[in-house]
Design a protein around this ligand. Sequence first.
Ligand code: SF4
Length: 431
Amino acid sequence: MNISVITLGCSKNLVDSERLMKQLQAAGHRVTHDDATDADTVFINTCGFIEAAKEESIAMILSLVEAKRRGDIKRVYVIGCLSQRYRRELQEEMPEVDGFFGVDEWERLLAVVGGTLHPPLFVRRLQTTPRHFAWLKIAEGCNRGCAYCAIPLIRGQYRSTPFEELRVEATILAASGVKELLITAQDTTYYGVDLYGRRRLTALLRALSTVRGVEWIRLHYAYPAQFPLDLIAELRDNPKLCKYLDIPLQHISDRVLKNMRRGVDGAQIRALITQLRAAVPDIALRTTLMVGHPGEDDEAFAELLDFVEEMRFERLGVFRYSEEEGTYAARHFPDIIPDDEKQRRYEAVMALQSRISQDFNSRLIGRRLRVLVDRYEGDRYVARTEYDSPEVDNEVIIPATAASCRLGQFCEVTITAAEEYDLWGREASVV
Ligand code: SF4
């Protein structure tokens, strides 16, 4: 068959799609990603954790059902989080879909296209990211009980991927040209507790640093409570670990953090950020905040704005609270903050952050930085510094005349100009 896998949602979903594509290829099918043009069969790997993501997934399913009705494709299968969470409702509402599968039903979904599951192949993937970087999913599920979050209801309890499997997976990725490993899970700092009875993230990062060809390791989705302090020293001392940490904090007000059941208070968060900055002075901290959560009155929101001003995160994203059925928050707190007020708060935080980001970027002008070239666009190369993760953070624009810069390679540039979310550079020398 000509099968296309379409991925919606997060980096964890993307890794699942890449693994599925490898299994489908092993079953003898021709497989493409995010392009149903020549496909006769499509698997939609959906996202279902908040309203906006659910709407996007349903719109994608409807568009492919329409394509099936037109005869452009023969079969549509829906997998991933939305299907896991709402399979029965979706089956009733969308009878044209050929099958709905949950997040752990590999055997069943491969059987519908005449395939069988090859577990040893799980360490191999059909990479969909540019050859020089790849996501490494180190665990599935989550044991945290954040009040607003439906992910544990969808993805289940925390399951660390065995240490050795991850080392093999990283070695295979590096052998195929990957230089940058993007470490992901729902909560990377919890890695190992379920499988080894203790936190093993720092040991894992150290082991991955020894994989030949890996030059950058970037850590995402760290959790602030019970933060493994040995990780701070590793971020400082390990030259392969990017001076970058993605640590979603969600809020700073003690009352809101309590309502969110984050298991950490404002003072502990401040102490951790201060400790990180003291130990790793040039670290770029990325965080995610949520506005409009039940309990966030004007005073709590003002506290959040002051916190953003005070901590000056290099990278920051904001979510608006979305009431998700089945979550603790939906069962215990009415969602009383109007959408337009959530929007106003979202815009206020992002306006403040754009000033902070501009200030941070402006201080990079004149600095010589090592960048990784992600793509070539006509008269320019687009690259990233170690302070930037793909797709969510800043990019560095370099003239295509830069002889020392090549796609998928590192090169050194001197920053010549800065905007709030982009930098410009010229080549410094060949690395
Ligand atoms: S850490 Fe909290 S927000 Fe993140 S996936 Fe787990 S429950 Fe959800």
